[in-house]
Design a protein around this ligand. Structure first.
Ligand code: 1SY
Lengths: 181, 181
């Protein structure tokens, strides 16, 4: 089951490594960026992980919703991994506007392994197609949720956001969903 | 089958993205590093990908064999991926000494997904243990080999090196194996 392995890979090779540093990365960011309102809200000192059910992932969030703007990246985190010296791990900070034009900053990104699921479903030799893909996204979500609930390194540092594609006609669906969290 | 998904992920999320830039990264590196002997040999302008059958991966190659030294990193490659702006992809260059004390430079790293296989085999809830792990490494190797043989973006840009662990008593096994390629 592809999604099972990808969820474990996402945890073991990424979230478990980066989430313990998130708090201090955010503090360094606030010290170097004049905005004192940064990360004021209760949910915003966490990594928001977006998971669209249809696995259609954008590389730039502002392309999905014009109430979202890229602000800046958190400081780089360099870790020696499997022979690559100082492999760089980083997250992007986005500014999200609510319906009253108030701006909120948050650290948000899509779950990268969903890109693999999406691409695999279009590769003839990879072994699964569009119908199985939605199932695999759900399996990925549930497996990851289960792993993270038992992880002490990741506790309280993340929020998983499953995105239903039935609201695709609302141009501000993404910003509203992010702000709910 | 975990290894199948990890092989596709490694190709779709990494090799397919980075191998087309390898040649120009090496040229930039040679221009900025005085060593004109760099990458002289026939096999060395490729990414050498190490795959130990026992999935035991080091983060620094010189810890495995003292005839190997870290030299420097190739220039960073920045790509917007799934909401992370300017995500950094890079490779490390190592200097490997042969039995006549001659030094060869090469771009080499371990196949990172094997770290996931190794770690999963020690997580009680992940679903497989040590005996299945070797099988999964072989499946990863064969699946990746098959994918890469049909890939135009990766053609002639890589070399897969399967490492048998029966030579672990030879302190220079890794350097000798790398130099064979
Ligand atoms: N958002 C995000 N930012 C990151 O820096 C990052 N690094 C890893 N991941 C995701 O975590 C999981 C585990 O990563 P691993 O390194 O074992 O496998 C990686 C790794 O073997 C290889 N790879 C990807 N990026 C790099 C890189 N920069 N250097 C070396 N190898 C890389 O290709 C696999 C798939 O990568 P992604 O498909 O981007 O998603 C990975 C994966 O789902 C990341 N996700």
């Amino acid at each position: 089951n592809v999604a099972h392995g990808l969820a474990w890979s996402f945890y073991l090779g990424y979230l478990r490594l980066v989430l313990p540093y998130l708090e201090s990365s955010i503090e360094t960011f606030c010290a170097t960026h004049r905005s004192t309102q940064l990360f004021g809200g209760r949910g915003s000192r966490k990594l928001l992980i977006l998971m669209p059910l249809n696995a259609k992932i954008s590389h730039k969030l502002e392309e999905e919703d014009d109430r979202i703007r890229f602000y800046d990246n958190l400081p780089n985190n360099e870790i020696d991994r499997a022979g690559v010296r100082g492999r760089v791990y980083k997250h992007s900070v986005y500014r999200v506007m609510d319906e009253h034009k108030k701006v909120h900053e948050c650290v948000v990104e899509y779950a990268t392994p969903l890109l693999t699921l999406y691409n695999m479903s279009h590769e003839r030799t990879a072994g699964f197609g569009d119908p199985e893909r939605r199932q695999q996204v759900l399996l990925f979500f549930r497996t990851l949720q289960d792993i993270l609930e038992h992880s002490l390194e990741c506790r309280n540092r993340y929020k998983l956001i499953l995105l239903n594609d039935e609201h695709e006609d609302d141009p501000h669906f993404l910003s509203k969903t992010i702000l709910k969290h």
